[in-house]
Design a protein around this ligand. Structure first.
Ligand code: PMV
Length: 336
């Protein structure tokens, strides 16, 4: 058995946190979102992924995937392989790949690793397969792995379009230059160990099928996006924070109303929300958002980040805090 591989390409990507959430698909197979979304790509909580394709097409061979230093579990490997199949189809190859991927926080911590993971994989795998894709094409490719990954192709504030085409060519993200250089922070309050109980794809599907609030959620999204765009253009943290809080609360409200109910929060989640509101009442502008898990992320000005982190660290049940700044988009860092 030959161990020869083609060029090894290493790419890194930061995760992103949505301020206008994506929660629901208009089409499942291509991960086409039911609404647009808007996020901030972070300089922390990222993924570093190396991909090399075997030079020989060996019958029956499988992709070899290493996650955080150990062979990946079958479900993870299958998801990576399914994504690589899309890259192989496009590049006209059947070659299997070796994939080594490391998250800057443990994958099991449940901290948005799919966004940075599929963005880094899209960049590394397409390049290793000899494809030269434009950023918009990389965004569409990353979306096939995870809807939120389409946004991590770009840095800073990013908007993801819902799109209308059936093939998803217009369901892509673009960077919002109006937000460039705005020195905000996201302080992550980690409130639990372990992975989220229900993955986002299954939870979105259940919400769309059973929640009586889902249609109202979809109907409200466009107004939130417009308000967030205006807030970023005006560098109005209070206005952006207000949109972020209501988008997150409405996303969770739709999920709470699903049957069976999807409850991502734990007691520390609510305590951290209260801590953010208390900071604000005392004059420190900070605004929370929550994804498909129990962790709370607080948006604030760079100058307030230490005070916000200290307040969140003091909340019973908060295990640690991580302060993150706006970060760059996914990129190749090494090619051998
Ligand atoms: O990209 P997915 O399928 O893991 O979905 C992401 C869903 C949320 O993180 C809850 C919201 C978002 O827009 O990132």
């Amino acid at each position: 058995m030959s161990e020869m591989t083609g060029r090894a390409v290493t790419a890194v990507a930061g995760t992103n946190i949505a301020l206008c959430k994506y929660w629901g698909k208009r089409e499942a197979a291509l991960n086409l979102p039911a609404t647009g979304s808007l996020s901030l790509t972070l300089d922390k909580l990222g993924t570093c992924t190396t991909v090399a394709f075997d030079l020989e097409d060996r019958a029956g061979a499988e992709d070899r995937v290493t996650l955080d230093g150990a062979p990946a579990a079958p479900a993870f490997r299958d998801r990576v392989s399914a994504f690589l199949d899309r890259v192989r189809a496009r590049a006209g190859t059947r070659a299997r790949a070796r994939v080594t991927t490391d998250n800057s926080v443990p994958t099991a911590a449940g901290l948005a690793s799919s966004a940075s993971g599929f963005a880094a994989l899209a960049v590394a795998a397409s390049r290793a397969a000899g494809l030269a894709l434009e950023p918009a094409e990389l965004s569409a490719l990353a979306r096939l792995g995870s809807g939120s990954a389409a946004r991590s192709i770009f840095g800073g504030f990013v908007e993801m379009a819902r799109g209308i085409s059936a093939d998803g060519a217009d369901a892509i993200a673009h960077p919002m230059s109006a937000g460039d250089g705005w020195d905000v922070r996201l302080v992550v309050a980690v409130t639990a160990r372990g992975e989220k109980p229900l993955g986002s794809t299954a939870a979105m599907e259940l919400t769309a099928r059973t929640s009586p609030f889902y249609a109202a959620w979809v109907a409200a999204a466009e107004a939130d996006l417009a308000a967030a765009r205006a807030a970023i253009g005006a560098r109005d943290l209070g206005a952006l924070g207000a949109v972020a809080e209501r988008s997150a609360l409405r996303m969770h409200a739709t999920a709470l109303a699903a049957e069976p109910a999807i409850i991502y929060w734990n007691p520390a989640t609510l305590a951290a929300i209260e801590a953010v509101r208390a900071l604000r009442a005392r004059g420190t502008p900070a605004y929370f958002t929550i994804d498909a898990g129990p962790h709370v992320k607080a948006l604030c000005a760079a100058a307030d980040a230490d005070a916000v982190a200290a307040a969140l660290a003091a909340v019973p049940g908060v295990l640690r805090t991580i302060g993150a700044a706006p970060g760059p988009g996914a990129r190749v860092v090494e090619e051998t």
